[in-house]
Design a protein around this ligand. Structure first.
Ligand code: SF4
Length: 311
């Protein structure tokens, strides 16, 4: 995991009204229980937790080592990032590809009631222990909410809705109960539902659908490939050439897209694709994205070879 403020929507000082976007009611018409805006990072409501709680190691993604529980030297007193606009240029690319799925504001404002770790140092270690667990819970919530929005997944909407309500309730527990959770077991219960939702949705894609689940496709030449409706769940696509590939309705949950070239690819309807995955990849103005995801800023100034053109 790697902390970032690069994709912070209201980013450390800025603030803009956000459209409310609730999970759609399922066939049982039960009320929605999760506001999907709460599953997007709102750094203006967070105490910079990803920049303190998580460790990172000096590498291509981070310019320095930092142990867990120690604040990054670039974290400002107001919990903003002092190099927010220059993260990639300063060697902190890892910060730009991390997504807390709204866990930061949940821990800061709900679990700890708005009291930050600087004002109450005694709470710091508990806060930092809760954050990575909450991040996993919120990631599960985000995937579950997305599955609930898939019309073809109606046969599992009721179970998904129950799972969503249960996880949401767990996120509202106290610090001790959150830290004690067995998130892997929870993931094991939810994953079959997400898989079923994916299968039901991709079954509507005509023709034979490729199954690359968990495949090692590092550096693979997949330019122009027909991957429509394919399963790429957990696939290793680091550095893969996906230029012009047809990835419509492909399941990309957990796929590692670091430095994959998505220039000209069509990702319309791609399932469980996150902004962090796109930020880790390369692409261009011709890449077609799902409407819920924005085009990473660095795509505009880097060519498909990943070289900064206008530095
Ligand atoms: S450089 Fe430091 S303060 Fe800035 S986003 Fe990364 S971890 Fe946070």
């Amino acid at each position: 995991m790697s902390p970032q403020h690069g994709t912070r929507p209201s980013g450390h000082g800025g603030g803009r009204p956000r459209r409310r976007d609730r999970t759609e009611p399922g066939p049982d018409r039960a009320p929605a229980v999760v506001d999907r805006d709460e599953l997007r990072a709102d750094c203006s409501s967070c105490f910079g937790l990803c920049c303190v709680a998580l460790p990172f190691a000096r590498s291509a993604d981070f310019a320095r080592d930092k142990p867990a529980g120690r604040a990054c030297g670039h974290l400002r007193d107001d919990f903003g990032c002092g190099i927010h606009a220059r993260l990639r240029d300063e060697g902190y690319r890892g910060c730009t590809v991390f997504d807390c799925f709204g866990a930061g504001q949940k821990v800061s404002q709900v679990t700890f009631g708005g009291t930050d770790w600087r004002r109450d140092p005694a709470s710091a270690s508990a806060m930092f222990a809760v954050f990575p667990v909450m991040r996993q819970l919120h990631e599960l919530l985000a995937y579950t909410a997305e599955a609930l929005a898939l019309p073809a997944a109606r046969p599992v909407h009721r179970e998904l809705r129950r799972a969503l309500a249960r996880i949401e309730k767990l996120t509202r527990g106290d610090a001790e109960s959150v830290v004690a959770l067995d998130v892997n077991a929870l993931r094991g219960e939810v994953n079959p539902l997400l898989l079923r939702a994916s299968e039901l949705t991709r079954a509507r894609v005509p023709g034979k659908r490729k199954d690359h689940r968990g495949a090692d496709l590092m550096g693979a030449r997949l330019s122009g490939a027909d991957l429509r409706g394919a399963s790429l769940r957990g696939a290793l696509l680091v550095g893969a050439d996906l230029t012009g590939a047809d990835l419509r309705d492909a399941d990309l949950i957990g796929a590692d897209l670091r430095d994959a070239d998505l220039s000209g690819a069509d990702l319309t309807g791609a399932l469980f694709l996150t902004g962090a995955q796109l930020t880790a990849a390369r692409g261009d103005a011709a890449t077609t994205l799902p409407p819920s995801l924005g085009r990473p800023a660095h795509w505009a100034r880097e060519g498909s070879a990943g070289v900064v053109a206008d530095a």
